[in-house]
Design a protein around this ligand. Structure first.
Ligand SMILES: C[S@@+](CC[C@H](N)C(=O)[O-])C[C@H]1O[C@@H](n2cnc3c(N)ncnc32)[C@H](O)[C@@H]1O
Length: 246
């Protein structure tokens, strides 16, 4: 049986994709559920500890609301907070995010290493998007957030871009839906392209582990082999996130 974290209300906790920052629960409730996920991840030794700066996260969230053009997103407030917290805890020098659309998912990861509320110094925070117009929008969004250039967008195929990256990848975020019927089946190709560059303790975060589990089945089977990874399926919204440590 794969490791799972299941929130009692995961099926009811749904956002309006066109109004994603509308609060669905009290801040204390969001904090409590993210804390429980982090505790389970620490218990499994996927992450070394559970501490993140909630006040900085709140100012980050406000900066995204004010600076980003987001036509829609499936990233719930719980998911935004969890992605930010995982990056704050792991502090990847190099983070690659595959399939970032307008950049909201990307900055949920990268916002810990750049911008007004950075909590550490990163080297390369790279968002990869195959659609040129979306890559251009994501780059505009990111430039309104990060003046340093540490965070940037590459327009291209994530399998190739990840495979060509020649530095250690401490965190890989997967959200690309491919260009054919395999859709999120592309996750395994992207992971295999980067795996040789991922050191012990590197994290892989795979969005849609719940609502796209069938399309991702080869990927999920791969990361759930204990000899390869320690992995937890986080089910606290209808999309889900598979969190795996090398
Ligand atoms: C469905 S969107 C992700 C949206 C995100 N979950 C959110 O809620 O904001 C997936 C993105 O992956 C991109 N994509 C698909 N195949 C890709 C590939 N091979 N490399 C990079 N990006 C890809 C698509 O163009 C699309 O923008």
């Amino acid at each position: 049986m794969p490791h799972q974290f299941v929130a009692a209300d995961w099926e009811q906790y749904r956002i309006d994709y066109h109004n994603p920052f509308q609060a669905l629960e009290a801040p204390e409730e969001e904090i409590a559920i993210v804390d429980k996920v982090l505790a389970r991840l620490a218990e499994l030794q996927i992450i070394p500890h559970t501490r993140y700066d909630r006040a900085r996260f709140e100012t980050f969230r406000q900066a995204v609301i004010e600076r980003f053009e987001i036509p829609w997103t499936a990233i719930t407030p719980r998911m935004q907070c969890l992605l930010w917290a995982l990056n704050a805890i792991r502090q990847p020098r190099n983070m690659l995010a595959a399939g970032i659309f307008c950049g909201n998912t990307f900055i949920s990861n990268a916002g810990t290493g750049v911008g007004p509320d950075a909590v550490y110094q990163a080297d390369n925070l790279v968002g990869i998007e195959i659609k040129l117009d979306e890559a251009a929008r994501a780059e505009r969004n990111v430039r309104a957030f990060d003046e340093t250039g540490v965070a940037y967008i590459v327009a291209g195929d994530a399998v190739q871009v990840v495979g060509a990256f020649d530095k250690p990848i401490e965190l890989l975020y997967l959200d690309a839906n491919g260009t054919d019927a395999r859709s999120k089946g592309i996750y395994l190709d992207i992971l295999q392209a980067g795996l040789a560059q991922m050191p012990q303790g590197a994290l892989v975060l795979a969005h849609n582990s719940v609502n796209c589990a069938e399309k991702m089945s080869d990927y999920l089977d791969f990361v759930r082999v204990p000899q390869r990874f320690t992995s937890l399926n986080v089910i606290f919204d209808v999309e889900g996130l598979e969190v795996s440590a090398v």
